[in-house]
Design a protein around this ligand. Sequence first.
Ligand code: AMP
Length: 588
Amino acid sequence: MLFSELSKYYEKLEGTSSRLSMIDILTEMFKMAKEGEVTPIVYMTQGSLAPSFKSLQMGLAEKFAAEAIGMSAGRSKEEVLKEYKKSGDMGLTAEEFAKKARIKRMKSEHFSVSDVFERMLKIAKTSGQGSQDTKIKHLVVLLSSSEPLDNKYLIRFALGQLRLGVGDATILEALSSAFTGSRDFKAELEDAYNKCGDLGKVGDLIARKGERGVKGLKVELFSPVRPALAERLPTSEQILEKMHGRCAVESKYDGLRAQLHIDRKNRRVEIFSRNLEVLTPMLPEIARAALHEVKADEAIIEGEAIAYNDSTGEFRPFQETIQRKRKHGIEEMSETMPLTLFAFDIMYLDGEDYLDRSYEERRRKLESIITPKGRIRPSDKIVATTAKEIDTYFENMVGDGLEGIVAKDLGARYVAGARKFSWIKLKRSYRGELSDTLDLVIVGYYLGRGQRAEFRFGGLLTAVYNEKRDMFETITRIGTGFSEKMMTELEQRLSRIKVKNRPARVDAVVDADFWVEPRFVITVRADEITKSPMHTCGKDSTDTGYALRFPRIISDGVRDDKSPEDATTTKEVIEMYGMQKRTRLGEK
Ligand code: AMP
């Protein structure tokens, strides 16, 4: 496929405000792709060059993009920057300059999608002295021999600002209809995606090897599994009922979720976060322990890394664990405040995929390859058959400063990438008013009047994720409680992902001063969930949805460990609303 054809699809995607037509456009686009082109098209459509765990994102600085646009159009960088100031969109500026320079240009080169992808890879990978010049040169080659519309998307892509608003689920649905003729195969594609965390790979499999190829996909080392998630219930009685009278109960540690991939023969360890980004450099003591302590040649194990004092048995607060997420001083910290990995699952061991084995079997294996006193040790666990046992265990855990418990179905397989009742969490905070937090996606923002009468950041419009509809539904506006630092950060980050119209996957009845691509997640606490016609979260036939009363942001800025699709879901809000009612009734 020519890149100029891809640009036309991108233009159509940008112009639509309906998710269904988005799928139709993507379906047609995938049908047009030749073998071998599906993977680059999937990555590029998501605005990247590889899955997140390969840490290879585009993100050229604006000044270099301006220089490349200038060079390709025979104009100065300053002229480009001046125009950019007016348009606020470097892609549009590139398109304009290309139009004006067109007469002077040679004939278009007709770059293929693969040509562009290869060059973008070179741009992303070039580093060190003189690398900026090389990056600019590659970009100039692409810009000066392409159509103006291509220039727009080339520049947006190079800056990491493609913003087509296409989510994983949308791509999966389109892949299914393009290569099987129906959307019904989406669930199997999703299953494969959950096992390898790589949408490009799944696209390639269905295009080349068809349905059987997708179904046969196995877990592999260094290709992270999308993590299983827990449902919630308000009482241990309900948990036990759901688990048919017998279940495992583990401590719920409030730290960093970490998935370890260990290849002992080649002395290679990689650690992935909950949203499949590389955490290895931040957890050097865990990576070292993985090679020394885990009795296996190859393994994928999962757990929660937390600051824990072995001599006093004391768990440190999340704020201390999270200090690891920084660039400097990590080695020192790994000495002064080492983290411990409380391992709770195993997905792969010495050539065998463990996802379909029962919890009991996986847990037995896990306990046989690590020791109870190591830096990597099994999470604390009991097996319970009465609600009283669960309650006592829960009280003990909370007394020890932990968040609560996670109950696990002894017979269940590992349900990658999904929130299912095979894991049920019970937290301290469910017992009382709505003090459990919600992770909300920012979909828009408002301007307020600053002290010196100029307009500036004034608040957020936020949403939850509806998994069934693959849409973001608004739940609340948040106008207070921002520190100066947070306002500046939000203003800067949001202005970079502004879009002209409400994105196709955002459902809202209220307006925002600016819409943004759903990308950033914040954690919010509220007093109560109420019914409201103002928001689309869980909207029923009478157009009444759910909203939050007195919402306040409690995360220290944006949650970089969560993707928009990891936000609290509509289904969870409805469940929380039900719990809130029950708790109140119980109090009377
Ligand atoms: P939440 O983030 O509140 O949805 O709770 C689920 C998270 O709890 C998981 O993503 C893990 O990071 C964390 N967690 C802590 N301890 C455990 C455990 N024993 N089993 C499973 N998840 C755990």
